[in-house]
Ligand binder design. Sequence first.
Ligand code: URA
Ligand code: SF4
Length: 251
Amino acid sequence: MSRRSDILDEMGLSPRWTLRGRLAQQQAKAPAEAAVPPVPPAPAVPAEPGATAIMQMDWATLAQTVSGCTACTLAATRKCTVFGVGDRKASWLFVGEGPGAEEDERGEPFVGQAGRLLDNMLAALQMRRGEDVYVANIVKCRPPGNRVPAAAEVAACEPYLHRQIQLLQPKVIVALGKTAAVTLLGKEQSIASMRGQVFRYRDTPLMVTYHPAYLLRTLPDKIKAWEDLCFIRERVAEWRAGATSDVQPPG
Ligand code: URA
Ligand code: SF4
């Protein structure tokens, strides 16, 4: 697929998206969910493994540890932990904020409406989750009502993502939206000001773009996200070819 109009179609810029209808449906569900009384926190359990232990874990141990994790208050309200999914040798790691309602039900990241847009964006790049792509979130459990995760929750969960990154050794991390970007870079900046630059998370190149849920609300910025992904793809191709321009901002 190469024609611009096809690409924009694939990304959902054409009118076949019925965003208002779907969003309205989702919002209509929210009060019912909110009415469910919160599950009380689990009684005291053995201490969670510390960051040092997590840094030694293999994939299986890490996934199992996350599935039973109660290191922050989100454990009390989640249905499923959402570890991450995809190719464990992927060059591309996409990092979102945290699971939403559908992800919490299914235990897989980005399977709701935002996830469908992410999949369409990947398809427009002739990529798919699971094929050289891994998808994860900053926090592995759903923040109630999809609120932004609190600093303590982000801090409690960070060692898991850090270990995933160590095990994956991706060529690039793509931070989707502000929570992922600010968390991974440790500084407060807007996505608009960070686009088109190559940062680093520890040793791994990191670039940012808009979160697909934001793009669903702000359709004109989809073209910017497309430009970002094309820019990132060019950098990955350069790094594959052994070029060393990874710390240069675009010209
Ligand atoms: N939004 C996110 O940030 N992550 C998901 O997995 C789903 C929606
Ligand atoms: Fe553990 Fe992360 Fe879930 Fe908190 S969000 S309970 S730290 S897995």
